[in-house]
Design a protein around this ligand. Sequence first.
Ligand code: ADE
Ligand code: ZN
Length: 348
Amino acid sequence: MHLPHITPQRLPSVLRRMPKAELHIHIEGSLEPELIFKLAERNGVKLPYESVDALRAAYAFTDLQSFLDIYYAGASVLLKEEDFFDMAWAYLQKAAADHVVHTEIFFDPQTHTARGVPMGTVIQGLHHACQRAHQEFGISAQLILCFLRHLSEEDAFATLEAALPYRHHVIGVGLDSSELGHPPEKFARVFARCRELGLHVVAHAGEEGPPAYIWSALDVLKVERIDHGVQSIQDSALMQRLAQQRLPLTVCPLSNIKLCVFPTLAQHNLKQLLDAGLCVTVNSDDPAYFGGYLNDNFVQLFEALGLGPREAYQLAFNSFEASFADAVTKRAWEHQLKTFFEGLREHD
Ligand code: ADE
Ligand code: ZN
């Protein structure tokens, strides 16, 4: 496809307005400090921080675990169905404003059920927000249930069981939380069961962990996408496999900087992954904690790496290709994307 020349000054506006999908967003990671304090007050939950500013000041992470400790503490304010609705609604409004036409939202039920919150409260609150966003913004929003990998496989099985009455509200399962020391194969049996149930399967792998975790996510869990996967660059056989199968990576640039996976955005390896033919996508991961929503990730990444309209088109295209939507819907979004780029004038 012919892409017009776009000046660097104009590129951020193109990135912001192009249609796109988001495939790696933890809804609990979209809880802004202001909403955490509002829900804490509404529910009578005492927080170990004096103010919104004090909480924000604690967002100085050194690695994944240092973030997860604060992230799970923030989620402790979520108790009622309306809390889950309000959290998801706030994210979906931002996603719609970012020209996200489709989003596949992760949630961590064990963080809530462990505090006595029923599974139905979590899923129904999130689902109602997805439904309303579809009605009001035309955005399609789906839910992916993530198992916490620092807990046991038995706990994951119990979580799956508790979610089965809401099976129709969930398109797939994922695997998140502390990666090192918790390899994908720990969850081989529960993922096999999820596949039998017809659920889509994804897993975080190669965020901090080694390429071996990506191999086992592929070969043992038989995942359809890898979340993060940036460490695959260390293993050329793995890179070839990912490229040949067009097995998508959901990369999260600002997250990788905030969690010290790369020292700076300019040193991020996304362009190398893209140039090697991998189906790379851009995502926000935990936007309230990492300093930006999806468009902020696009704009800052493109500036730091000096990317242009070709990469913009490719990354948005990949986000639709890598989604779990049906083929007809994907073609419609790809057409919408093409029309958007064709409509850009060389010099306006
Ligand atoms: N849960 C929320 N964000 C996460 C991340 N970046 N890695 C692993 N688990 C997470
Ligand atoms: Zn993540």
